[in-house]
Design a protein around this ligand. Sequence first.
Ligand code: NAD
Ligand code: TYD
Length: 378
Amino acid sequence: MEHKAIMITGGAGFIGSHVVRLFTGKYPDCRILNVDKLTYAGNPANLKDVEDSPNYRFVRADICDFDTMLGLMESEHVDGIIHLAAESHVDRSIKDPFTFAKTNVMGTLSLLQAARQYWESLPERYDGKLFYHISTDEVYGALTLSHPEGTEPPFSTKASSGHHLAYGDTFFKETDKYSPHSPYSASKAAGDHFVRAFHDTYGLPSIVTNCSNNYGPYQFPEKLIPLFVNNILHRRPLPVYGRGENVRDWLYVEDHARAIDLIFHQGKIAETYNIGGFNEWKNIDIVRLLVKTTDRLLGRGDGEDMDLITFVKDRAGHDLRYAIDSTKLRDELGWEPSLQFEEGIEKTVKWYLDNQDWLADVTSGNYLRYYDEMYNRR
Ligand code: NAD
Ligand code: TYD
């Protein structure tokens, strides 16, 4: 399915910026409209290198603003939407659930309703149109830690391709029931339900994907990996929640962007695809790997900063284990993660150390000046 104009929401955030970069470069004949409110998590500097591409346009707007969304879809003749805009940090959702419900539920509904109204007004209606909603594995709830008799975790599992090490013998599948625990995952789950309801009720062509934890360049340093690299750099404590026993399944962000491209162009309408790294790690092991890698790249002694690790009060309702089974995506569309975790972590730590100005601007709140530099000069 060839598209002429794709609206990407949340394109100034972490994953969105990688998706915008990929699509703008790969599809020069398609107009890419990045719609982002620029909350604390949105940083136009993430897209400095695509700013001047002729097929790219940035609009600062709130997805909750229905009239603006409809107006943009009409004036830009949008025929595809990739919806990433969201409040995305679990700890913030615990402090401020209202903002999460507003953006992740009402914002998604506002986009769905605008897409429906615009596309239904066209002679061809829904032909050649797609609303692609990006969601998270966290909607499925939490898995347990377990291991088959005679093995020690992490053990090798056949639930996936390659050498997949797992901390449990169950995995999230597309057919699993939703069971969100945090206000973040509850708000994402509600958004997902609305997308499916719009397909079933109005015939709006949609796809939902649920992805595991992403890591890589341009992630806001409130999330585990960039936060800890920044703290190691400045020799600040590394606050590990609980005992660091929680397990997450990590995927390099460019592999996620590649999956989004594939699914957007070849995925089946009304389907759900799980996207994961087949790559489970305990938090404490990641933290140790981060200390070793960062110290080495900074020319410090091997593991010199291990004593920065500080065990702190656990996150409320902290999900124990997430693990995705993305066999469906592999079997139906041929997608697989391209990077081993150690290789991805090396690239990622190196990127943050090479881009300390970006880190400093983001942590000081100075980054919105890029917005003024880029847009107010025009
Ligand atoms: P992020 O927090 O880095 O970026 C979110 C972007 O959305 C920001 O640019 C922000 O300005 C924008 N935004 C927020 N509220 C908005 C609103 N009301 N209107 C317009 N723009 C708004 O998030 P991320 O980590 O890049 O995640 C992107 C999407 O992927 C989210 O939907 C998230 O739920 C999902 N996801 C993330 C991960 C992960 O590990 N980061 C994993 C799976 C799924
Ligand atoms: P995070 O990056 O917030 O992603 P998510 O909560 O969406 O999985 O956290 C990843 C894991 O790291 C999670 O188990 C919580 C833990 N964590 C810490 O132990 N300390 C921290 O300071 C942060 C931000 C996260």
